[in-house]
Design a protein. Structure first.
Lengths: 476, 348
């Protein structure tokens, strides 16, 4: 059967073009790849190549014709043994609609539910338009700690190290890589002793090359290893953010579930002390906006340990945001053989009835102090430590708001598009009727971190602001 | 068999440039009949598949970007002939040829191009993002240069596991100017990772010619500051690619670390479907097509040596066309992904 050569679309947006020139005439033999015509669009002049072999039986559109719609037959190609007179029906020189012939694949695909480009203006059926519901994530509660379990005062630094060591003992594919993680024992001593126990094969010092080693880590994870990539600080991970987001977070989706990046990116995040603008950014909100990532930001040593162990076992890429100031703080950690906490579950740090504070990571240091002060003034605050930023345990927050009717969020990050504004939006949408006051969000100031001690103090949140915010929402 | 010197690609310096005595880069492999026929078929499949993809794009079945591999077929087909089961392949977005060469099905690739549920990524990846765990094909990456670090990570995993596999990371002359490429070179050589960096120098990064974008246009020497050996190879001659691939693979497998192969090749088609073709002359394209076509070279040898008749080659051609037609039919009739797929494969 003769083959229709159709007016091609040469860009995603092309709808019509000028057939400026024929380079073959009727009767010419063409093989695939031969340039047969030139097309002009508003953007460019482009060549049309033959796809099939045959003889040009008829040119249907004259050279110089403007506004030829995409998918209009422009010529007929004869196969071996066919003659020009076998071209059946007369073709209009300028078909009205850019519709493919009934015997072209464009038409068959419609029957199968597919769409060629010309179908794009047709209204989609309502079934096609309906966005399926986002699946709910069920997260288990924290494991029960058996009565009589010994609690050991542990620094966050030690807890993180213990978590890595335990998981490296458990799973041979787990390894840690980053700058100064091995011989130096960790820039902040978080990996202390790991080289001695696991050797240089599994505790890998990298050059100062964040973009490169993040990519190497993701590649190793795609191949089935379980890398823990330490960034000396997350500020430096901005050099690597393409690999974290475009490669680690999106591969599972882009591969239709075939492969992903089971790995942890960890390191100190946010402000330390007097290190100024380039070393003091909090990335919780940034990473938490990315589907395909989990984002964990613990406060206590027990959470740091239990959640890092969970992050290492998690089959997804996990951003694990630590804080340099918290590294040296001590908390009770249960002495258990295998203490693993669920990612995606908030922890009620203190129960209360008058107002709710939601915080996480270093933000909890302001929140806990504010709660103690407010208690002296007779305001009983419920304090929630979010622990995981993504997936976010909003139900726990909403349950608390239903009880207290008032909500304040506390974090160190920038105020615009912060984790607090996200919580405020969702609580407003899902629990509006339970709110007795506007939600207040306490965050860092909308400035790059200054170096001067007095300005730095002003740029960060403070306990007084949190106390005042809670009083404001309580109308006190 | 005695290796013979390869003919240089027109207008460029000789492909023969051994920097080390133990590497004969620039030689060509003597193919037996079976190898010639296999190379012919594999390259033809890519050529016909890409032509069909271009056609489907023109008809609106394929959306977005679509980068065709036409002209460069000898590179991936020759390299693939040098690899063993378990070796990994990763590339950028001009990736359809690599997928077919690793043995991924034409149906699955074409259906991904049309965004259908039978595509390798269930229709969620498209032309630039396709993977096959089964065939050790790790994508299909849309960010220029990212595959170089990722491929280095695949090699890291091989070394970590102590297995015999090597990673092959393909990238173009454009990607060769990205910073992470050199970060990766450094680590690969530092840790002696088993990886072949295959630089497909097709002379143009989109519309920018190599000489307008690169201070050092000899890409085989881009690893020099890390001590990584590199060689220029006639990427239009599948036998030269195979010879270089064999030696490079041996270099990696014997624990000597990474190696760079610069494949001197040429893309006939535009950068993507919407390419104005104003940055190079038609004569240049035509000259490459008529004088250096990788498929014609094999075809001519097959006929000269009487290893195949015109009829036999036509039969292969028909067989390949049938595979491609079947893939196109499937890619148009297969349904789009179920809407429930919107929220799947985000997290495990």
């Amino acid at each position: 059967m003769p083959i229709d050569i159709l007016m091609p679309a040469l860009s995603p947006t092309m709808e019509e073009g000028t057939l400026s020139k024929w380079l073959k005439k009727e009767g010419d033999q063409v093989t695939s790849g031969d340039v047969i015509a030139e097309i002009e669009t508003d953007k460019a002049t482009m060549e049309v190549e033959a796809v099939d072999e045959g003889v040009i039986g008829k040119l249907l559109i004259d050279a110089g014709t403007e506004n030829v719609k995409v998918n209009t037959p422009i010529a007929v190609l004869l196969q071996e043994g066919e003659h020009a007179d076998s071209i059946s029906a007369e073709k209009p020189a300028q078909p009205e609609a850019a519709k493919a012939d009934a015997d072209t694949p464009a038409a068959t695909s419609d029957a199968a539910g597919g769409k060629a480009r010309e179908a794009k203006d047709e209204p989609a059926s309502s079934a096609d338009n309906k966005v399926p519901a986002q699946p709910k994530i069920d997260v288990a509660a924290d494991p029960d700690i058996p009565e009589g379990t010994e609690m050991v005062s542990t620094t966050v630094r030690e807890a993180l190290r213990d978590a890595m060591a335990e998981e490296m003992r458990r799973d041979e594919t787990v390894f840690v890589m980053g700058e100064e993680v091995a011989e130096y024992q960790g820039a902040y001593k978080v990996t202390q002793g790991l080289l001695q126990e696991f050797g240089a094969r599994r505790v890998v010092d990298t050059p100062i090359t964040e973009h490169g080693f993040a990519g190497v880590g993701v590649g190793a994870a795609m191949a089935g290893l379980r890398p823990i990539v330490e960034f000396m600080t997350f500020n430096f991970a901005m050099q690597a953010i393409d690999q974290i987001i475009n490669s680690a977070a999106k591969t599972l989706y882009m591969s239709g579930g075939q492969m992903g990046a089971p790995m942890v990116f960890r390191g100190p995040n946010g402000a330390a002390a007097r290190v100024a603008a380039q070393h003091s950014q909090d990335y919780a909100a940034w990473y938490s906006s990315i589907p395909g990532l989990k984002v964990v930001m613990p406060y206590t040593a027990a959470d740091a340990k239990g959640l890092l162990k969970a992050a290492i076992r998690d089959p997804n890429p996990v951003i694990f945001l630590e804080n340099e100031i918290l590294y040296g703080q001590s908390f009770d950690v249960p002495k258990l053989d295998d203490f693993v906490l669920p990612i995606g579950k908030a922890r009620i740090h203190k129960q209360g009835k008058d107002a709710t504070i939601v915080s996480f990571g270093i933000g909890m240091t302001y929140a806990t102090k504010a709660v103690a002060e407010l208690e002296k003034e007779g305001i009983d605050v419920e304090l929630i430590d979010l622990r995981t930023i993504r997936p976010m345990d909003l139900p726990t927050v909403i349950e608390s708001v239903k009880k207290t009717g008032r909500l304040v969020t506390v974090e160190e990050g920038y105020p615009q598009n912060s984790v607090g504004t996200e919580i405020a939006t969702r609580v407003m949408q899902q629990a509006f009727d339970y709110l007795d006051a506007p939600i207040l969000t306490i965050a860092g100031k909308d400035v790059p971190m200054p170096y001067a001690a007095n300005l730095e103090k002003l740029a960060l949140p403070n306990v007084g602001e949190v106390v005042q915010a809670v009083k404001t929402v309580c109308y006190k | 068999m005695a290796p013979t010197k390869t003919a240089s690609v027109s207008g460029r310096k000789s492909a023969a440039k051994p920097a080390k005595k133990d590497f004969n880069g620039g030689t060509i492999a003597e193919f037996d009949k079976q190898q010639e026929l296999q190379a012919y078929r594999d390259m033809l499949l890519i050529r016909r598949f890409e032509e069909k993809a271009g056609q489907l794009y023109g008809m609106g079945f394929i959306g977005g970007f679509c980068h065709l591999y036409i002209g460069q077929e000898a590179v991936v087909v020759g390299m693939q002939m040098s690899l063993k089961e378990g070796d990994q392949v990763i590339t950028g977005y001009r990736d359809h040829g690599h997928m077919l060469a690793t043995g991924m099905s034409a149906r699955g690739v074409m259906a991904e191009l049309t965004g259908r549920r039978g595509g390798y990524s269930k229709g969620k990846g498209g032309s630039m993002h396709m993977f096959s765990k089964e065939k050790q094909f790790y994508g299909g990456h849309g960010i220029v240069g990212a595959q170089v670090s990722l491929g280095t990570g695949l090699a890291f995993a091989n070394k970590y596991r102590g297995n015999d596999s090597i990673s092959t990371a393909y990238f173009g002359d454009g990607a060769a100017n990205q910073g992470q490429v050199y970060e990766s070179f450094n680590m690969a050589q530092l840790w002696k990772l088993p990886i072949v960096y295959v630089i497909e120098n097709n002379r143009y990064a989109m519309g920018t010619s190599v000489s307008r974008a690169s201070a050092q246009t000899d890409f085989s020497q881009r690893g020099a500051s890390f001590g990584i050996p590199g060689f220029q190879v006639d990427g239009m001659d599948v036998r030269a690619v195979k010879a270089a691939g064999d030696e490079a693979a041996e270099h990696c497998r014997s624990g000597k670390g990474p190696i760079i192969l610069e494949m001197l090749t040429y893309r006939y088609r535009g950068h993507s479907m919407s390419d104005p073709a104003k940055y190079r002359s038609k004569d240049e394209v035509q000259k490459m097509r008529s004088e250096h076509d990788p498929i014609e070279q094999v075809k001519n040898r097959l006929l000269e040596k009487h290893w195949a008749t015109e009829e036999e080659l036509k039969a292969i051609d028909k067989d390949v066309r049938d595979v491609v037609s079947d893939s196109a039919d499937f890619a148009q009739s297969d349904p789009e992904p179920d809407t429930s797929e919107l929220y799947t494969d985000i997290l495990l």
